[in-house]
Every structure is written in structure tokens, then in C-alpha cells.
Design a protein around this ligand. Structure first.
Ligand code: NAD
Length: 330
């Protein structure tokens, strides 16, 4: 494919950082934008143009999209279940980013706009049973998404649709199901289940205190998508012809207990499990139905959880060891 000028919004974040890396590898000219100070970006590349901008501001959005062909909008104030259940207003304020970004894209005339939506748009009453029926794209309606975060995502999806229909902007939307991998957050309150569980298992191993706290009863089910699959699928959806929201997730369903089993197996230990039933745990069961993405692109995310989790575990382990070493030196 011909190299393009591309902006990645949220490029200092987890998925954005990996996307920037992959777009650069393909020879594209990339601008990476994030509100965080540079030292907090998960990944930064000297070959990209790196800008610290607050994309809730009109001028920042105009600066971000100036002279680009493609706009990837992955910027959002978000985190794992612990964050989104306790920060609904902050999550909803991301609507400012997506509104301003779409308006700036309309003014600048970029060719395509990608929006990172979420499986949290799906109606909660279809996710009450851990023994799930995987979610199809049509299950987002009638609407009853995750309060706060999910409503914002669903609203922004609709905005993409109407900017496409009314203003002729080519918009694409992926509904990400839990993404995991290295170069993301694993502590501090915004981390998601795979990173949190790796961190807890590593802490138990390093401290010799062989127990682990699990949020909920551990029987809730989820699927987890390896970051490289997410980056590949994101570009496929951006560059493809299908304009409606598409699931982008793994369909390998596991319970949280099975996720802990895998992390224990990688670490080579067994932990005593304590279940915190009052902690945020999200819906009881969720999986991605990949019928549509298979039909359209003849592809679906398929990296085995065991393989991706091992690489994630090793990365978090190395980060924790170097943080410990730094602490003991200072
Ligand atoms: P992330 O938090 O690592 O990245 C988001 C980035 O957006 C952060 O670096 C943050 O600083 C930046 N940002 C926030 N407010 C901003 C602003 N006002 N201006 C500029 N930048 C701003 O999250 P992620 O996991 O990389 O997620 C990327 C996108 O994918 C988000 O839209 C998220 O909602 C969506 N998503 C992620 C997952 C997942 O499992 N990681 C699942 C579903 C949807």
C-alpha cells in the first residue's frame, strides 16, 4: 500500500503506541498525539512527529489533523473496570475529544477517520450469564450499554455514522474487546484484568506471600485479544469498505479463574485465592461473535491467550524488577 500521512490520537497510550510502531514499520509518515507529558508515553519513536495536545480543544484537534490522509482516534480517558465504574463523568467527557476530532477532520478533508469503540456498548441485559452467547454487532440495540463509558462510546459511534451520512466523511468503527500486551498500564488503577493479574502473580512470587485477591467470584467470563491482532484488525477495518461498527476481539472465552490459572502456570506457582465480591467486576459474561469480521475480511484475531499472556507477563515482570532496582539504588 502507498505510504500515507497519518495521525494517531492517543499515540502515547497502549494501543496507540503499538499502532504508531506498526505504521512506521510500513514506511508511513506518522504524527502521534497525546495529552500526557512525553515522559509518561508508553512508547515514543523519534521517527514520528510527537505532539502533546489536549484533544478536547478545538485548536488542538485542528493541529492534529492538519495535512493528514488518515485519522486514527484512539484518545480517551479510560481504564479497566475499576476505573470506568468509578469515573463515569470523566469517561463521558471523552465525547469532547471525538466531537472536536470529527469536526476538525471534516474541516481538514482527511480521507478516512477511524474510531476506537468498545464491547462496553453492548446491552448489559445480554451479558448477565457467564455461560455467554457471544455478542453480535446487532446486540448493541435496543441500547443499554455500560453506564458512563459505554454510553459515550455508543454516542460517538453514532456521530461517526451521521458525519458519514450527512457530511460524506469516510468513517470506520471497531468495537474492541479487551486488549492486552506489553507497553501498557499494569498498576495505579487504570489497568485491565490480564495486566492486573500478571502483576499480582508477580508480586506474590517476588514477595513469597503466595496469595492473590480476585475481583468478583472468578467465574465471570471474558475473551482477551492480543495487541498485535488488534493493531492488524484496526488497519484492516480502517482501509476496508465496511462502514458499520465491527467486533474486533478474540473469541477464546475464559473465566477469570482460568486467566489466573494461566498466569500461575507461566510463573510456575500456585496461589491461595481470595475473592473480593464487593470489587468492580463488570458484566457476568462477554465474548466476541466474529461471524461478521470473518465474512467480510476472512480473518479474526486468533493469537492464543496462553502465548500472548506469557509475553505480557515477561514484560511486566521486567518492568517490576527494574522499578525495584531503581528504588533500591535511590
Ligand atoms: P490508553 O489509556 O492506554 O490510551 C488512551 C490515550 O488517550 C492515553 O494515552 C491518554 O493520555 C490519551 N488521552 C486521554 N485524553 C486525551 C485528550 N484530551 N487529548 C489527547 N489524548 C488524550 O487506552 P488504550 O487501551 O490504548 O485504548 C485506546 C482506545 O481503545 C480508547 O478509545 C479505548 O476506549 C478503546 N478501547 C480499549 C480497550 C482495551 O482493552 N484496551 C477496549 C475497548 C476499547
Amino acid at each position: 500500500m502507498k505510504p500515507s500521512k497519518i495521525v494517531v490520537c492517543g499515540g502515547g497510550g497502549f494501543i496507540g503506541g503499538h499502532l504508531v510502531a506498526d505504521l512506521l514499520r510500513q514506511g508511513n509518515q506518522v504524527r502521534s498525539v497525546d495529552v500526557k507529558p512525553f515522559e509518561e508515553w508508553f512508547q515514543m519513536f523519534p521517527e514520528s512527529e510527537n505532539l502533546q495536545l489536549d484533544l478536547r480543544e478545538k485548536e488542538s484537534c485542528e493541529r492534529a489533523v492538519a495535512d493528514v490522509d488518515l485519522v486514527y482516534d484512539l484518545a480517551a480517558d479510560m481504564g479497566g473496570m475499576g476505573f470506568i465504574e468509578n469515573n463515569k463523568a470523566l469517561c463521558m467527557l471523552s465525547v469532547l475529544i471525538n466531537t472536536r476530532m470529527l469536526m476538525a477532520t471534516k474541516g481538514a478533508g482527511a480521507n478516512r477517520y477511524f474510531y476506537a469503540s468498545s464491547a462496553c456498548v453492548y446491552a448489559t441485559d445480554k451479558q448477565t450469564d457467564p455461560d455467554v452467547t457471544a455478542l453480535k454487532e446487532e446486540d448493541a440495540y435496543p441500547a443499554m450499554p455500560e453506564d458512563g463509558y459505554g454510553w459515550e462510546k455508543l454516542f460517538s459511534e453514532r456521530m461517526c455514522r451521521h458525519f458519514r451520512e450527512d457530511f460524506g466523511i469516510t468513517t470506520r468503527v471497531a468495537r474492541y474487546h479487551n486488549v492486552y500486551g506489553p507497553h501498557g498500564t499494569y498498576d495505579g488503577g487504570r489497568e485491565k484484568a490480564p495486566a492486573a493479574i500478571c502483576r499480582k502473580v508477580i508480586e506474590a512470587k517476588l514477595s513469597g506471600k503466595h496469595e492473590i485477591e480476585i475481583w468478583g467470584d472468578g467465574k465471570q467470563t471474558r475473551s482477551f485479544q492480543w495487541i498485535d491482532d488488534c493493531v492488524k484488525g484496526t488497519q484492516m477495518i480502517m482501509n476496508g469498505d465496511y462502514a458499520e461498527p465491527l467486533n474486533l476481539g478474540s473469541s477464546e472465552l475464559v473465566t477469570i479463574n482460568q486467566l489466573v490459572d494461566l498466569a500461575e502456570d507461566i510463573a510456575g506457582l500456585k496461589l491461595k485465592r481470595r475473592y473480593n465480591l464487593s470489587a468492580p467486576k463488570g458484566v457476568n459474561g462477554r465474548n466476541s461473535d466474529n461471524t461478521l469480521i470473518r465474512k467480510i475480511y476472512n480473518w479474526e484475531p486468533s493469537t492464543r491467550l496462553r502465548d500472548g499472556l506469557e509475553r505480557t507477563y515477561r514484560w511486566i515482570h521486567d518492568q517490576m524488577i527494574s522499578a525495584k532496582t531503581l528504588q533500591s539504588v535511590s
